[in-house]
Design a binder for this molecule. Structure first.
Ligand SMILES: Cc1cc2nc3c(=O)[nH]c(=O)nc-3n(C[C@H](O)[C@H](O)[C@H](O)COP(=O)(O)OP(=O)(O)OC[C@H]3O[C@@H](n4cnc5c(N)ncnc54)[C@H](O)[C@@H]3O)c2cc1C
Length: 409
C-alpha cells in the first residue's frame, strides 16, 4: 500500500508537465472554435493519439499508479485545457472501463483496441446507460435484452439518452435489463459491435456547455448481438442472477431497487479532478486579469473585494483537489469509503467549479461576459460536473445515507 502523499514524484511531474504542454499548446488554442462548431474535434483527438494521450495504455498506466494521483493529475491538466475537447479525448474511457470491469480477457483484447482505433484512424466508444425515464433512478431502466438460445444471440430493444459519443462510436457498450424482477441487479452490459443493424443515433443534443463533446440518444431496434458480446459471459450472468434471486426471496420477494448510487465511489474522484481543472483554468485567467486591469488608477486586485474573491477561489480549488486526491488514493489502495469520500470529492469539486467560474466572470466584468475571453465558456462547461456521474443531490444522498448507516438505494 502506498502512503498518502501530496508530493508528486519525478516521473509524475514529468507526465504532468507533458500533459500540461499538450493542453496549453493543442487543446486550449482549439477550444473556442470547437465550442462554436459543436462538433467532435477529430483532429485534436488524432493529435492526442499521435503523442500517446489517446490510448488505453496511457490511462491504465495512470490508473495503476499506486499513489492514486495518476488519473486525477491527468484529468486536471486535460480539462484545464478545455472541458469539451478533453471529454472528447477521455469519453471513450467510460466504455473501456465498462469492459475492463466486467469483460473477459478475450472481450478486453477484442473490443478495447476497436474503441480507440489508431493514430491514422481514430475511433471513439460510448457507454449507454441513461434513459429518458431512468437518469438518477437507474433501476427504472427499460431497455430490454432477451436471449435467443437457438441462435446464441441477444436481442436488444430500447432508447438510451445522453450518451457521450452515442451514435458516432465504433463500439457501444449498452446496459440492458435481462431480468425485470431484479431491478438494477437484473441488468447486464453488452458490446454492440461496429455496424450492427438496428442501432441508430437519435437526437443529437445542443448543449449549454462542453459543446465539443458529442451527446446523443441511441435507439436500439431489434439489435442482435452474438452471445459472446455479453460482458463477462452467460455462465457468470446466470450465477449472478441466481444469487440475486435468492437474496430477493430471502427479503420477502420485494423487487430489488438499487439506484445509480452505490458503486461509483472509485470513479467519482476522476470527475472531481475534471472540475478542479476547469476551476483552476478560470481562476488563473481571473488572477491574471485582476493584476493587470486598472480602474481608479490601480490594478483591480488592489481592492480587497476582488482580492478576497481570489483568495476564496484558490482556497476552494486546493481543498477540492485534496478531497479528490484522498479519494483516488483510497480507491487505488482498496480503502473502504466509510463516509462516501468519493462522492464527497465529486460534490465539493463540482460545486466549486460552478462557483469559481462564476466569480471569474465577475472579476473580468464585461469582458468576462463575452466570448472574447474563455471564462464564459468555462462557466458553461462547469455546470455539467454537478449533473453527470450522479447529480449533486445524489452525491448528498449517498453521503448522508452512508453516514447514517442506511442502505444506499
Ligand atoms: C452532457 C452529458 C453527458 C452525459 N454522458 C452520459 C454517458 O456517456 N452515458 C450515460 O449513460 N449517461 C450520461 N449522461 C447522463 C447523466 O448521468 C444523467 O443526466 C444524470 O445521471 C441525471 O439524470 P437525469 O438527467 O435523468 O436527471 P433526473 O434524475 O431526472 O434528475 C432531475 C433533478 O432531480 C434531482 N433528483 C432526482 N432524484 C432525486 C432524489 N432521490 N433526491 C433528490 N433529488 C433528486 C436531481 O438531482 C436533478 O436535480 C450524460 C448527461 C449529460 C448532460
Amino acid at each position: 500500500m502506498a502512503e498518502f502523499t501530496m508530493e508528486l514524484n519525478d516521473e509524475q511531474r514529468e507526465v504532468r508537465d507533458w500533459l500540461h504542454g499538450f493542453a496549453a499548446d493543442v487543446i486550449r488554442p482549439a477550444a473556442a472554435e470547437w465550442d462554436e462548431r459543436e462538433e467532435t474535434p477529430w483532429p485534436v483527438i488524432q493529435e492526442a493519439a499521435k503523442v500517446g494521450i489517446y490510448s488505453l495504455d496511457f490511462y491504465a498506466q495512470q490508473y495503476f499508479d499506486p499513489t492514486g494521483l495518476g488519473i486525477p493529475m491527468a484529468m486536471e491538466e486535460l480539462f484545464w485545457g478545455d472541458a469539451g475537447i478533453a471529454l472528447s479525448i477521455v469519453g471513450t474511457g467510460l466504455a473501456a472501463v465498462g469492459v475492463l470491469a466486467n469483460g473477459t480477457e478475450e472481450q478486453i483484447g477484442t473490443w478495447i483496441p476497436q474503441m480507440y482505433g489508431d493514430a491514422s484512424d481514430v475511433k471513439v466508444a460510448a457507454f449507454c446507460s441513461s434513459e429518458p425515464d431512468a437518469g438518477s433512478d437507474v433501476a427504472s431502466m427499460r431497455t430490454r435484452a432477451v436471449y435467443d438460445e437457438a441462435k446464441d444471440e441477444w436481442v436488444i430493444n430500447g432508447t438510451k439518452t445522453w450518451a457521450t459519443n452515442g451514435g458516432i462510436a465504433n463500439v457501444h457498450v449498452v446496459v440492458a435489463v435481462v431480468d425485470p424482477e431484479l431491478g438494477s441487479k437484473g441488468h447486464a452490459s453488452f458490446i454492440v459491435p461496429p455496424g450492427t443493424p438496428g442501432l441508430a443515433q437519435g437526437q443529437k443534443f445542443k448543449k449549454h456547455g462542453i459543446r465539443a463533446s458529442h451527446t446523443a440518444e441511441v435507439v436500439l431496434d431489434d439489435v442482435r448481438v452474438p452471445g459472446s458480446c455479453l460482458l463477462g459471459g452467460k455462465q457468470k450472468l446466470d450465477e449472478r442472477l441466481a444469487r440475486a434471486r435468492e437474496r430477493a426471496k430471502a427479503s420477502g420477494g420485494e423487487r430489488v431497487k438499487n439506484a445509480a448510487m452505490a458503486t461509483f465511489e472509485a470513479s467519482r474522484p476522476a470527475v472531481g479532478a475534471m472540475a478542479v481543472g476547469t476551476a483552476r483554468a478560470a481562476y488563473e485567467v481571473a488572477l491574471d486579469y485582476a493584476r493587470t486591469r486598472e480602474q481608479f488608477g490601480r490594478p483591480i486586485i488592489d481592492n480587497q473585494g476582488v482580492a478576497f474573491q481570489l483568495a476564496d477561489m484558490r482556497t476552494q480549488i486546493d481543498a477540492a483537489r485534496l478531497l479528490v486526491w484522498r479519494a483516488s488514493w483510497m480507491a487505488v489502495n482498496g480503502k473502504s469509503f466509510t463516509a462516501a469520500e468519493g462522492s464527497m470529492s465529486k460534490l465539493f469539486a463540482s460545486e466549486t467549479a460552478k462557483q469559481v467560474t462564476a466569480q471569474a466572470i465577475q472579476i473580468l466584468g464585461g469582458n468576462g461576459y463575452t466570448r472574447e475571453y474563455p471564462v464564459e465558456r468555462m462557466h458553461r462547461d462547469a455546470a455539467i460536473y454537478t449533473i453527470f456521474e450522479g447529480t449533486s443531490e445524489i452525491q448528498r444522498l449517498v453521503i448522508a445515507r452512508t453516514l447514517a448507516g442506511m442502505p444506499i438505494r
